[in-house]
Design a protein around this ligand. Structure first.
Ligand SMILES: NC(=O)CC[C@H](N)C(=O)O
Length: 312
């Protein structure tokens, strides 16, 4: 671990300010459009227990697609490899909310991290849990070490009221037999899931199991838990590297070279296996729906620390 990490984070924080104004806050979910754009936070959690944070790292933000990582892990734990009969594991090269591939690929989404794939995952979890929203919240509260963690009901409703495109995908997959529950019910769960809020420091903590061969260490004195097997952890990280940033996954791999998951709330989490996790948040997005300052900050961090250089 670089001794001077706090100074590096300060430097990145300062450099990132120059990029304010280059992106736009997502407003296709109306309530997300109200988030003040000029915010930036970054938090690092290290496997040795150290944590570092800068800027707005303790401000909660809407996780949005970052929740796809958690729901996928839960589904993988529950149904294992059977899951691959209903969703692929190839990069899509298309926008996160694209519908076109479903038509030529028999209603099987390319991967679990685009909207269509995440909807199938939420469908799988809806079959397994009578109250998926609370089951998911329970898992996230444990991972983030925060019993108060919640979803934002206003943002969930705002997305649900305008979820026409996701609903269309759900019905299309249902016509192919790849959707088992009523789309309305799954969309209710999906919109609540996406509206879950965490700060950067909580998100870095909640994803530590991915840097730690699947082991979740509690900050609150609870016993450690093997949350995911070491093999599955390696697989999840591979998928995050190839599919975690939608149709910018190649660009992210080139610039940052780490497993990542992005969301239209402006958050990005990156995993540095064996070292730690980095969560960054800045609401202004590029044209592909990824945080402009967030991607810049991660790129600078790997340049300045060398993280990831010996893992690829
Ligand atoms: N890329 C994202 O973060 C998208 C999530 C959002 N809830 C949607 O379905 O459109």
């Amino acid at each position: 671990m670089p001794r001077h990490l706090p100074a590096l984070l300060d430097q990145i924080h300062t450099e990132a300010q120059a990029l304010f104004g280059q992106g736009r806050v997502a407003d296709y979910i109306p309530a997300l459009g109200e988030v003040p754009p000029r915010q930036f936070g970054m938090a690092v959690a290290l496997c040795n227990g150290e944590t570092h944070a800068v800027g707005d790292a303790h401000t909660p933000f809407s996780l949005q697609s970052i929740t796809k990582l958690f729901t996928f892990v839960l589904a993988l734990k529950l149904v294992g490899d059977e899951l691959w009969q209903r969703v692929g594991r190839e990069p899509s090269g298309a926008a996160f909310n694209s519908i076109v591939q479903l038509e030529t690929e028999n209603g099987i989404p390319r991967n679990p991290f685009i909207n269509a794939g995440a909807l199938v995952i939420t469908d799988i979890l809806t079959t397994r849990y009578a109250h998926l929203d609370y089951a998911l919240l329970g898992a996230l509260r444990r991972l983030a070490d925060d019993p108060e963690l919640h979803w934002n009901a206003r943002i969930a409703k705002s997305e649900r009221d305008t979820a026409h495109r996701n609903m269309a995908m759900a019905y299309f997959m249902k016509s192919h037999g790849n959707f088992h529950n009523p789309p309305e019910l799954v969309l209710d769960n999906y919109c609540r899931q996406c509206a879950t809020e965490m700060s950067c420091s909580q998100l870095a903590q909640a994803t530590m199991f991915l840097a730690n061969k699947g082991r979740d260490q509690s900050l609150r004195g609870e016993p450690d838990e093997q949350f995911l097997s070491a093999d599955d952890t390696r697989r999840v990280n591979a998928l995050l590297l190839t599919c975690g940033a939608y149709d910018a996954a190649g660009d992210f791999a080139y610039r940052i070279g780490l497993p990542v998951k992005t969301g239209v709330g402006g958050g990005i989490v990156a995993i540095v296996p064996g070292v730690g996790t980095v969560a960054v948040w800045a609401p202004e997005l590029d044209a592909k729906g990824n945080s402009v300052l967030g991607a810049f900050a991660l790129e600078r961090l790997v340049q300045l620390t060398g993280w990831g250089h010996n893992t690829l």
